[in-house]
Design a protein around this ligand. Structure first.
Ligand SMILES: *[C@@H]1O[C@H](CO)[C@@H](O)[C@H](O)[C@H]1NC(C)=O
Ligand SMILES: *[C@@H]1O[C@H](CO)[C@@H](O)[C@H](O)[C@H]1NC(C)=O
Ligand SMILES: *[C@@H]1O[C@H](CO)[C@@H](O)[C@H](O)[C@H]1NC(C)=O
Ligand SMILES: *[C@@H]1O[C@H](CO)[C@@H](O)[C@H](O)[C@H]1NC(C)=O
Ligand SMILES: *[C@@H]1O[C@H](CO)[C@@H](O)[C@H](O)[C@H]1NC(C)=O
Ligand SMILES: *[C@@H]1O[C@H](CO)[C@@H](O)[C@H](O)[C@H]1NC(C)=O
Ligand SMILES: *[C@@H]1O[C@H](CO)[C@@H](O)[C@H](O)[C@H]1NC(C)=O
Ligand SMILES: *[C@@H]1O[C@H](CO)[C@@H](O)[C@H](O)[C@H]1NC(C)=O
Ligand SMILES: *[C@@H]1O[C@H](CO)[C@@H](O)[C@H](O)[C@H]1NC(C)=O
Ligand SMILES: *[C@@H]1O[C@H](CO)[C@@H](O)[C@H](O)[C@H]1NC(C)=O
Ligand SMILES: *[C@@H]1O[C@H](CO)[C@@H](O)[C@H](O)[C@H]1NC(C)=O
Length: 562
């Protein structure tokens, strides 16, 4: 299971206001056959590789007696989102029996939408159930819990997927089924519009991946059924995302430097470009954000270490050579696997993410049409002798000018990044406010070295982690906050040759530490005492002297020794 949290708005779940019911009478466009978007789909060699792997995984997981993709990731033994992700692949492949399977899967999915009038007014009304073999949220046996017994990501995942399916493959499907899909997408859009960032929900504009998806789902369906309110709402969502992205000239997403959700962002933005209605602003906004996003990815990306420098607003996996992050799949599509930051396809994380590979492959050409050769070249350029040092501002809202500040440094053997953040709520275990990666050994392939890392684990919500070349400063400027009594570091991915050699210091890295305001106690964890996703980690805790009145701080001076 993936562990949550960008959650800023907390609090008990409160029943959301009922949805408005003013639904325009069926417009003459409903059910009409739309031309597929132009240019026609064309998959590059690498798109096709991703597509084929995705189809192999999904073919293997398809249960032919029930019409579901089987999976134990979504609280039951089927998965509605994985099933939705199979459908565009079936329709594009269009081999024997594929269209029939797609129709069956779509009918199954529509049947899982919460349309029972008894659910009207709940947060999951018009969302989709996560799996077919689980109860609906109910107080007795399956208490309502966001991202638990129901997950509003589903109306985004499936709504976005329906948009792609209808846009690309309408002519392959019966028109009555298309009508039912449009109706279902309308409901998903209305469900997404009830997510207002409070009352137990956390969908604010800064929460980039679902808000990017919501903008196109809402605008697209508004246009399709002739509901101008929805069309304009989609425009507004997109404008908010663009305005927050460009605020103060920063060109940064509110959910920043997140190698997994950057993949969802890229998919959503490509759909802004390819699937928006004719006179929409989304393609213009989308091209701008996508271009700046990839320029920024290129600056963060270390071709020698095959990883993106931190800090990460959210991260599942800290080493792209060992585990998949969805953005890795787009590197593969742009550049080919051999030169990309990819983990072996058979790893759990890669198989998980590649279930969505067909829908990624179908936007590959849109991405390539948006990025020019200069950006692509920079993704295969070694760091060389000139280190990169850069700063980024990240805004959290259009309503205030609260800004987080990232500093990052990239050298061919070592890289590190830190964030200055002052908030009231801890961003949780995915938040990585400071991380250093280094080349810790040679493998038989120069392009895939051993890479290790250490990171600060965020125990507090006000942290100043600032990086300059060969130097990291970490401090707690607000010691009234919980969690400022300890600096917790996690060390991961120490390579095999180190263990064989029986060394005692970190391989290839000298770290000298100085500090202020600590009490002298340092605790070393045992291997695996602390785990995050696939990582078994070494934890090192430095305790703060709680009677010290200044700002507790630690400085790391690093030297590369190989
Ligand atoms: C849905 O979004 C929430 C909030 O970011 C996250 O905790 C959860 O893991 C997501 N679910 C999936 C399946 O991505
Ligand atoms: C559109 O919004 C207006 C103003 O809020 C409202 O009166 C109208 O009923 C809405 N139309 C639809 C189709 O929801
Ligand atoms: C949901 O409940 C609201 C408030 O009672 C009502 O106006 C609306 O018609 C209901 N929606 C549907 C689709 O029945
Ligand atoms: C696009 O054009 C249609 C028809 O003129 C109009 O109803 C709609 O509001 C326009 N959409 C945008 C985003 O301007
Ligand atoms: C490529 O795009 C970047 C913006 O991403 C721009 O700065 C650069 O001038 C472009 N280069 C060429 C050769 O068009
Ligand atoms: C700024 O807005 C964000 C998002 O609404 C909120 O979480 C944060 O607390 C606000 N900051 C301040 C200083 O009010
Ligand atoms: C990798 O091998 C090269 C060439 O032998 C050597 O210079 C370098 O120090 C080695 N790096 C590591 C991290 O062992
Ligand atoms: C954070 O720390 C750096 C390095 O010590 C310092 O230059 C900067 O002023 C600090 N920022 C804040 C907001 O305190
Ligand atoms: C320090 O943290 C406390 C507790 O979260 C908060 O109430 C206070 O506003 C913070 N002080 C500053 C200067 O941010
Ligand atoms: C430092 O603080 C930790 C946590 O409170 C405590 O366990 C430890 O005994 C303290 N060390 C000293 C030397 O006071
Ligand atoms: C803790 O800080 C107080 C106040 O600065 C100081 O008197 C004391 O010696 C410190 N204790 C340790 C263990 O450093």
């Amino acid at each position: 299971m993936k562990v949550p949290q960008l959650s800023l708005a907390l609090g008990a779940l409160v029943v959301l206001p009922a949805l408005g019911n003013a639904r325009p009478s069926p417009s003459p466009t409903l059910g009409r056959r739309w031309a597929a978007p132009s240019p026609a789909l064309s998959l590059s060699k690498y798109d096709q590789e991703v597509f084929d792997v995705a189809m192999t995984i999904n073919d293997w997981a398809w249960e032919p007696s029930t019409g579901w993709i089987e999976s134990d990731d979504d609280n039951g033994h089927t998965s509605s989102r994985f099933t939705a992700w199979y459908v565009p692949g079936l329709l594009y492949r269009n081999g024997e029996g594929d269209v029939d399977k797609a129709i069956w899967a779509i009918k199954n999915l529509i049947g899982l939408q919460f349309t029972n009038p008894a659910d009207n007014g709940t947060a999951w009304y018009w969302d989709y159930k996560e799996a077919s073999d689980i109860p609906s949220p109910n107080a007795d046996t399956y208490p309502a819990e966001i991202y638990g017994s129901y997950d509003p990501n589903w109306s985004y995942f499936i709504g976005l997927q329906f948009v792609q399916i209808i846009e690309e493959f309408e002519s392959l499907l019966p028109s009555s089924l298309i009508d039912a899909m449009v109706d279902s997408t309308y409901k998903a859009a209305r469900n997404l519009m009830t997510r207002v960032g409070y009352d137990g929900d956390n969908l604010v504009t800064a929460y980039s991946n679902p808000t990017i998806g919501r903008a196109i789902v809402v605008e697209w369906v508004g246009n399709r059924i002739g509901d101008t309110n929805l069309t304009m709402a989609g425009e507004q969502y997109a404008k908010d995302i663009y305005d927050l992205f460009t605020a103060d000239g920063y060109n940064t997403l509110g959910e920043y430097n997140v190698p997994t959700y950057y993949g969802e962002d890229v998919l959503g933005l490509c759909q802004w470009i390819r699937h928006a209605p004719a006179n929409s602003s989304l393609p213009t906004y989308g091209k701008y954000i996508l271009t700046k996003l990839w320029e920024d990815i290129a600056e963060h990306y270390n071709y020698d270490l095959k990883n993106m420098v931190g800090p990460y607003d959210r991260v599942y996996h800290r080493n792209m050579l060992i585990d998949d992050n969805i953005i890795s799949i787009f590197f593969w599509m742009l550049l080919g696997r051999d030169v990309s930051p990819v983990a072996p396809i058979g790893t759990d994380s890669a198989i998980y993410d590649l279930r969505q590979g067909a829908s990624f492959a179908l936007v590959g050409q849109t991405l390539r049409d948006t990025l020019n050769q200069t950006i692509l070249d920079s993704l295969v350029t070694p760091v060389g002798d000139v280190d990169r040092l850069f700063t980024r501002g990240i805004r959290v809202s259009l309503d205030n000018d609260t800004t987080r500040v990232n500093t990052a440094w990239v050298n061919e053997n070592v890289m590190a990044g830190g964030q200055q953040v002052a908030e009231l709520y801890n961003r949780g275990s995915q938040f990585t406010p400071m991380i250093l990666h280094w080349k810790s050994g040679n493998t038989t392939m120069p392009s895939r070295p051993y890479v290790s890392f250490f990171q600060l684990y965020a125990t507090a919500s006000t942290i100043n982690a600032t990086v300059t070349p060969w130097h990291i400063e970490v401090s707690y400027p607000n010691t009234t906050q919980a969690g400022t009594d300890v600096f917790e570091y996690l060390i991961g991915d120490i390579p095999a040759p180190y263990w064989a050699a029986g060394q005692t210091n970190l391989p290839c890295l000298d770290v000298s530490i100085s500090s202020e305001g600590l009490n002298g106690t340092v605790e070393l964890g045992k291997y695996g005492d602390f785990t995050i996703q696939s990582n078994n980690l070494w934890m090192v805790s430095y305790y703060v002297n709680t009677t010290y009145e200044g700002t507790p701080r630690m400085s790391f001076e690093v030297k590369y020794t190989c």
